[in-house]
Design a protein around this ligand. Structure first.
Ligand code: AMP
Ligand code: GLY
Length: 421
């Protein structure tokens, strides 16, 4: 099969690498891709992940058999709908199902309506009403923009004054444009966070190995939120008991709720959990693989990802035997100095081969090839993943390999996984 993957980050590198190992995949393309993805796929840098007509045109011109749409934007824009309408098989939720991520109000209403455990929240379309409501509440309190906001649309405000400022910025200042015109104000939950990525075909939901992300930029969960500075799997917090509760109280009810609303979700449902004193609760749903969680989860997958994606699209997931390695994986993100704020690009990267020689896989998130040398081209630059028989082995292996890589200003967290070792 000739397969096209949409996207160009570390997550897409992990998806492409896994697909390239499938005997079913004879040719692999990625749009736009990046310099690392180019090691396993033919990249088409001119086709942006948000340009749905260009993606459909590329899939037709190249006569691809199957497209995997990985990032949130094209999913919300109806990329899968457009491909399927053009007669091209595609993996990922349609635009209606992608609202599980694209509208926090949509998914919150669904959870409240069907009794799925989550933080209590109120929706506001009017800034005055939101501010009046805040005056009756206590901090900490969470303010969320409704729409997609590059992962920056959520603020856990430590004071009511801070929450007021966020409401002003989002609803009056137009900080996230249309995405912030409606906001959710919600109760703050307390607990550890676990990511459960699930294959879902609209009838069956199958959780992958649970993982943990590290969203803050500095050690000890300090500093601003980022796209994710590292991840590991499986999560030791996700015990058999928690897994059972999550399946019964969250995963199956979510599938039933979507079906009751006429939504057939085919793709990866990302369930962000908070393990609270009252049990697991949903922080958020995403309609896709997580980044960097995927760089820790997919290397543990023993089964053929292409077979699974086809089964999801054809709603044959219930008959699939999905196997996982009995190992742990850790991914350390190397970021540009200054990220998630302003940073410089074009820094020459050295040590990639040394890191690989240590048995690690180096996923490229933001790199470019210039005159035969890899240079930085993004905030998150690389994700270094190692496997081990224990979480400790995986973490040590990933750090040992990551230490070999250098570029000016490089920054990584030194404590990925350390809270759970
Ligand atoms: P998101 O951008 O939706 O992934 O949310 C970013 C982060 O905000 C989450 O990973 C949580 O750490 C935090 N968060 C979101 N909602 C809540 C909540 N209701 N209570 C506490 N923390 C939250
Ligand atoms: N790692 C968080 C996300 O993918 O949304």
């Amino acid at each position: 099969m000739k397969v096209l993957v949409i996207g160009g980050g570390g997550r897409e590198h992990a998806v492409c690498k896994k697909l390239s190992e499938s005997p079913l995949v004879t040719e692999l393309l990625c749009a736009p891709g990046n310099a690392g993805i180019a090691q396993v796929a033919r990249c088409v840098p001119d086709v942006k992940a948000t340009d749905v007509p260009a993606i459909v045109a590329l899939a037709k011109a190249e006569q691809v058999d199957f497209v995997c749409v990985t990032p949130d934007d094209p999913l919300a824009l109806g990329c899968v709908d457009a491909l399927e309408e053009a007669g091209i098989a595609a993996f990922g939720p349609n635009a209606q199902a992608a609202q599980m991520e694209a509208s926090k109000i949509f998914s919150k209403n669904l959870m409240h309506k069907y009794g799925i455990p989550t933080a209590k929240s109120e929706v506001f379309t009017d800034a005055d009403a939101a501010l009046a409501y805040l005056a009756t509440q206590q901090a900490p309190i969470v303010v969320k923009a409704d729409g997609l906001a590059l992962g920056k649309g959520v603020v856990v405000a430590q004071t009511i004054e801070e929450a007021r400022q966020v409401v002003e910025e989002m609803m009056r200042g137009g900080k996230f444009g249309k995405s912030g015109a409606r906001v959710l104000i919600e109760e703050c939950m307390f607990g550890r966070e676990v990511t459960v990525l699930c294959f879902c075909d609209g009838k069956t939901i199958v959780p992958m190995r649970a993982s943990q992300d590290h969203k803050r930029v500095f050690d000890g969960d300090k500093g601003p939120n980022t796209g994710g500075m590292g991840a590991f799997a499986p999560s030791p917090l996700y015990t058999e008991e928690i897994a059972k509760r999550t399946e019964q109280e969250i995963l199956l009810p979510t599938l039933r709720a979507m079906n009751a609303e006429g939504i057939t979700f085919k793709g990866v449902l990302y369930v962000g959990l908070m393990l609270t004193a009252q049990g697991p609760k949903v922080v958020e749903y995403n309609a896709r693989f997580g980044d960097p969680e995927t760089q820790a989860v997919l290397p543990l997958l023993e089964s053929d990802l292409m077979e699974i994606m086809m089964a999801v699209r054809e709603q044959r997931l219930s008959g699939m035997d999905i196997r996982w390695k009995e190992q742990a994986a850790a991914c350390i993100v190397l970021a540009s100095g200054g990220y998630p704020g302003k940073y410089e690009s074009g820094k020459v990267i050295s040590g990639l081969e040394d890191a690989q020689a240590m048995g690690a896989t180096v996923y490229h998130a933001g790199t470019k090839l210039v005159d035969g040398a890899y240079v930085t081209a993004g905030g998150r630059v690389l994700g270094v993943t190692a496997l081990g028989n224990t979480l400790a082995d995986a973490v040590h292996g990933a750090y040992a390999a990551a230490e070999k890589i250098h570029f000016e200003g490089a920054h990584m967290r030194r404590d990925i996984g350390s809270r759970d070792l």
